[in-house]
Design a protein around this ligand. Structure first.
Ligand SMILES: [Cu+2]
Length: 191
């Protein structure tokens, strides 16, 4: 072992740290671009939109007739067992219709016909079928909390927590980079 091998080891260590720093930077970029797991995606593409927020129109019934969703969710009604009559999904009740809130019109007739409505505010919203009001009515309950975190739903694609993590990783990576550059210069005064 000569004295020359010490700076060589330092160079090797620096190269490793630089490599690790690049990996951290890449991780920061990836974290900034991808939504956090479990975070709410765009309302139209959320997993709940296709699964939990669906109501089937089965002959002359809504199934289920009551549904609880979160603020910002979209509920989709789909004809799954068509009859000869068409249906509507109309806000309110037959005694107190509120078609201004939402109304599909009487045109849900064939299997696969759908109507969707987004609920941007909390509350209880009844709906009915204008053709079969005696057997077809229901209620959507919209709750304020989203995802159980207690925080308001993030409407942007990238949750704030992801941005924060990415920022912290970036700062740490830069500090590592400059710190090691300084140590390297001290070990190699010729530079
Ligand atoms: Cu109907």
């Amino acid at each position: 072992m000569t004295s020359r091998s010490v700076p060589r080891l330092a160079s090797l260590a620096l190269a490793l740290v630089l490599g690790a720093t690049l990996v951290l930077l890449a991780a920061a970029v990836v974290a900034a671009e991808s939504p956090a797991p479990g975070g709410s995606g765009p309302a139209s593409a959320g997993p709940a939109a296709s699964g939990g927020n669906a109501i089937s129109i089965v002959q002359k019934t809504f199934s289920p007739s009551t549904l609880t969703v979160h603020v910002g969710d979209t509920v989709t009604w789909t004809v799954t067992e068509a009859i000869s009559d068409p249906h509507s999904v109309t806000a309110g009740s037959s005694k107190d219709p509120k078609p201004a809130e939402f109304d599909s019109g009487i045109k849900l007739k064939n299997n696969g016909d759908t109507f969707s409505h987004a609920f941007p505010a909390a509350g209880t919203f009844s709906f009915f079928c204008a053709v079969h009001p005696t057997t077809m009515s229901g209620t959507i309950t919209v709750t304020g909390a989203n995802g159980g975190t207690g925080a308001p739903a993030a409407k942007e694609g990238v949750p704030t927590s992801s941005k924060l993590i990415a920022g912290v990783v970036l700062v740490v990576a830069l500090l590592l980079l400059f710190g090691w550059a300084r140590i390297y210069r001290r070990m190699n005064p010729a530079l």
